[in-house]
Design a protein. Sequence first.
Length: 94
Amino acid sequence: MLGIIGIVTFWAVGIGVVLGILAVIFGGVGMSRSNALPERFQRGRAKAGIITGVAAIVLGVAFLVLVVVAFDDVDSDPANGICNEDRFIQDPDC
């Protein structure tokens, strides 16, 4: 369940990645417990938790990289090359 929620919320800063990590951890715990039991009926859920957790981590990190790359080239100069007469001394464009 955590992996699915992590996939849905991958765009939220860090939430999808944290939920994905938790899903991988709990999926690993579930996998080890299912190996100890003779019936192994929870093995599929454990695999699904690991797979969706990894997907949430990958999507969250990829989205974070995309946001950083997209907003890296944003110009912080409000005048954008135009001389602002009100701030003649402070404006380097004049």
